[in-house]
Design a protein around this ligand. Structure first.
Ligand code: FRU
Length: 326
């Protein structure tokens, strides 16, 4: 028989150091488990743009059939992604963006909308009046730029809401805790913190609690992962007032990649839905996740069963062949 070269998908991930990205990878792997013929090469840039550029170049040199990239910062990652694209490697951009439209498809939620949702909610819970602090994402990332823009858009419609300060939220490099502590001590009028991810929202909560301000200051996060001490649970525990659910898009990225590789129709812009979770819908959201987890376990059980059956069948076939023809 003819030996085919396996199809290879290269995935350049900005970091693996957090649960949101581990969840993304798991959902990619789950989707890929239905396509055991595909080789999946994952590179972790550890939050460093220079390293991500090198790793994307390595994937180009290895001549992968398709590239999935979740950029650390937009600008520094742009030239090498453009290079891959112009060399004819299909590129799927996932979650954060580059600063260019040289890509085959994009998968992710709209971060301007994420910021706007948070801003509108802030305006509503504060009844249109109050001082707020924002804690960003990694500086220079499209997530940070877009979430900030959306948040500003929304609060601009509420003249009584004032953004006092925006702290850098590059959680994987340094902590904003001291800076936030100083700010809250020097200004007693701050009523709400918008943290651009739940990880930072949780840290902000700890700072507030240490200062005895936990009951006074509301906190809004982003991500809304299921599981203990993740966003949904933090809303349930009352540490966060709300979180904006930001889906990882892992499964959708793999589906889009496979459609591109199979020359099937696909959408260039794949906008994933976001939604806000607060005390009014946190219970139903938890229940839905539990059911989803059960279903996922069922699927895994079933696929183990099918692969056992296939093996039994293969060995019976061999036995039959031996009986008939030897
Ligand atoms: C994880 C993360 C998420 C956030 C996303 C934005 O690395 O910081 O918390 O939603 O990246 O790109």
């Amino acid at each position: 028989s003819v030996q085919h070269k396996p199809v290879r998908i290269g995935f350049s991930q900005r970091t693996m150091a957090d649960n949101w990205r581990r969840t993304m990878l798991t959902s990619m792997q789950l989707e890929l488990s239905f396509h055991p013929d595909i080789e999946f090469i994952v590179k972790d840039a550890n939050g460093q743009s220079a390293r991500q550029v090198t790793q994307i170049q390595e994937l180009i040199n290895q001549q992968v059939d398709l590239l999935i990239v979740s950029p650390n910062e937009a600008q520094p990652i742009t030239p090498v992604v453009e290079k891959a694209y112009h060399q004819g490697i299909p590129v799927v951009i996932l979650d954060r963006r580059t600063a260019s439209d040289a890509y085959t498809a994009y998968v992710g939620a709209n971060n301007v909308e994420v910021g706007r949702t948070a801003g509108m909610y802030a305006g509503a819970v504060l009844n249109g009046r109050g001082k707020v602090v924002e804690i960003g994402e990694s500086p220079g990332s499209s997530a940070d730029i877009d979430r900030h823009r959306g948040f500003l858009d929304a609060i601009a419609k509420r003249p009584g809401i004032q953004l006092v300060s925006k702290l850098a939220g590059d959680w994987d490099k340094r902590s904003f805790a001291d800076e936030l502590g100083q700010l809250l001590k020097s200004r007693s009028d701050i009523q709400l913190i918008f943290a651009q991810n739940d990880r930072n929202a949780r840290k902000a909560y700890t700072v507030c609690r240490q200062l005895g301000l936990a009951d006074k200051i509301r906190i809004i996060g982003v991500d809304g992962l299921p599981g203990p001490n993740e966003g949904i649970d933090l809303v349930d525990q009352g540490m966060l007032t709300a979180t904006v659910l930001y889906p990882t898009g892992g499964k959708e990225a793999i589906r889009t990649a496979l459609a591109i590789l199979d020359k099937k129709p696909f959408q260039r812009e794949n906008r994933l839905p976001t939604t806000l979770i607060d005390s009014s819908n946190v219970q139903i959201t938890k229940l839905q996740y539990d059911r989803l987890m059960e279903q996922q376990a069922d699927i895994q059980q079933q696929s183990r069963y099918i692969s056992d059956l296939t093996q039994t069948y293969a060995s019976q076939e061999t036995a039959l062949y031996v009986t008939l023809f030897s």
